[in-house]
Design a protein around this ligand. Structure first.
Ligand SMILES: *Cc1c(COP(=O)(O)O)cnc(C)c1O
Length: 225
């Protein structure tokens, strides 16, 4: 059952928090991108509220089917193409994947038009992984500073997807580097760094040990693998 798997994950997160001597908490986004609206409804009925989707049109269909469910929230976590911006509407409480000034400008323009202040995270490609999108570690500060001047976007933090690996420990240094960047951008800025989104099914315990405040978990929650 979803709630059993979530409880197990929560237990592991608590152990990682303890190990890192952290007293704050970690939010779990249930990544429902490969699962139908029914699976989301089932998880909702077991008490979960926040889900992650990576394709705008798929997500919008699910939002429409599930619109009666109070307090249900969707986050957008996938790569966002500028030609999809116009379909976002008010469907996503947080967009994790703002990775360029050009995309940010499109988003700012769009949300200005529909009269919404949109919460966003800046996606950082801290490992310079050619297979991943995201602003480079070196470019992250300038992009955040620039976005903080855009009236219709509100920066809440940073997001990272580590390189694909069989040995998750190898990515620990990237989680740590993100935490360093996050802490550095947390002082003396016009924006507030509140959310550090990193950690998925195979590496969330490492991510939490290194400072993640939000994990995005699909497989381990929905299929138990
Ligand atoms: C699919 C996806 C996840 C979830 O991955 P799992 O390995 O299934 O937990 C997390 N973040 C992003 C950006 C994703 O695209």
């Amino acid at each position: 059952m979803f709630s059993d798997r979530l409880a197990e994950i929560q237990k592991n997160i608590d152990a990682s928090l303890k190990k890192a001597e952290r007293s704050d908490k970690v939010d779990v986004v249930a990544v429902s991108k490969y699962y139908p609206a029914d699976a989301i409804k089932d998880a909702y009925e077991q008490g979960h509220r926040v889900f992650g989707e990576s394709r705008v049109q798929d997500a919008n269909e699910k939002v429409e089917i599930l619109k009666e469910l109070k307090e249900l929230e969707f986050h957008f976590i996938g790569h966002l193409q500028t030609n999809k911006v116009k379909y976002l509407g008010s469907n996503f409480s947080l967009i994790h994947s703002v990775d360029s000034e050009r995309l940010a400008e499109e988003l700012d323009k769009y949300f200005g038009k529909i009269g919404r202040i949109q919460d966003i995270l800046v996606q950082v490609n801290i490992a310079d992984d050619p297979d991943k999108s995201g602003v480079s570690g070196d470019g992250a500060e300038a992009l955040c500073d620039r976005i903080s001047q855009m009236p219709n976007l509100r920066i809440r933090g940073l997001m990272m997807i580590p390189p694909l690996t069989d040995e998750e420990e190898k990515n620990r240094k990237y989680f740590a580097a993100m935490k360093e960047l996050f802490d550095r951008l947390s002082v003396g800025k016009e924006y507030t760094m509140e959310i550090l989104s990193m950690g998925m099914s195979d590496d969330y315990t490492i991510a939490v040990e290194e400072g993640s405040t939000m994990v995005r978990i699909g497989t381990a929650l929905f299929s138990g693998r």
